[in-house]
Design a protein around this ligand. Structure first.
Ligand code: ADP
Ligand code: MG
Length: 249
């Protein structure tokens, strides 16, 4: 096949990345690329380095060696807020809304943070932008509800809405489904999959294997800071090294 267009740079490239804490090697020479709009599952037993990798991508931690490239540019020296402005968003395990506000007000704060006050000419514009996101996330009906009365699944959705306010190209979800029922997990998965359809790549860290299998185009498994398997979900799950890593915990 002939294709005149040059292959696009990957959205995210982790290049020979190593992170240590004192003498402990939490991530050992990690190399991986994630493409635009990809649904990427990240698995591994507790303590295998998943959150540390997320922290190196978001900028919360600096690697000892190696680099993080985003849309072809080396972002390794950038602090988290500048990475967020470039399109890296992270949804936290523990939702932490401003509890005295409504869902809409929470989102308006997130929009302000994302735009540093430059983007919206009027309060009305900002309010409309917030409503667009709430519609996309399926929370519009709760716009005027105080966050204190939201259910667990609604809180997770609001956390996603706040991440969406930054206009991400890469969204990282670190165990955002813990404690949800099976049907709620499916609901959040459907939501995440619809976001990927809009060209947002998602790295999903999840212990619920059914969810990882259903969601991911590719899965990567870490064990003790090393990549032990990467590829199609079925292949990775049936890999003896992966099964061994999980049996060991
Ligand atoms: P996971 O998210 O896969 O459960 P983590 O990335 O949180 O694993 O942790 C990987 C390893 O690094 C663990 O052994 C953990 O104790 C260690 N670790 C993580 N953060 C720190 C830190 N700030 N200081 C020291 N050790 C840490
Ligand atoms: Mg973790």
């Amino acid at each position: 096949m002939t294709d005149a267009t040059a292959p696009e740079a990957p959205l995210l490239r982790i290049d020979t990345l190593t992170k240590t804490f004192g003498g402990f090697v939490a991530l050992d020479n990690i190399n991986v690329e994630i493409r635009k709009g990809e649904r990427f599952g990240l698995i591994g037993p507790n303590g295998s380095g998943k959150t540390t990798l997320v922290n190196c991508i978001s900028g919360a931690l600096r690697p000892n060696r190696g680099a993080v490239l985003f849309a072809g540019e080396d972002i390794t020296p950038l602090p988290p807020n500048l990475r967020s402005h470039r399109g890296i968003a992270r949804s936290f395990q523990i939702p932490r809304p401003f509890r005295s506000m409504t869902v809409l007000e929470n989102l308006m704060v997130a929009l302000d943070f994302a735009a540093h006050g430059h983007l919206f000419e009027t309060e009305q514009h900002r309010r409309e932008a917030a409503m667009v996101i709430l519609n996309r996330i399926g929370l519009a009906a709760k716009a005027f509800t105080p966050t204190t009365t939201l259910t667990q699944v609604e809180l997770r959705k609001m956390e996603l809405a706040r991440a969406m306010a930054t206009g991400p190209k890469l969204l990282i979800s670190d165990e955002a489904m813990a404690g949800l029922s099976a049907s709620e997990v499916d609901e959040v998965l459907d939501l995440l999959m619809s976001l990927c359809g809009e060209d947002i790549a998602i790295i999903m860290i999840e212990h619920i294997m059914q969810a990882v299998m259903r969601f991911s185009e590719r899965v990567m498994c870490l064990d003790a800071g090393k990549i032990i398997a990467i590829g199609a979900p079925g292949e990775v799950m049936s890999n003896p090294r992966v099964q061994e890593a999980y049996l060991g915990t």
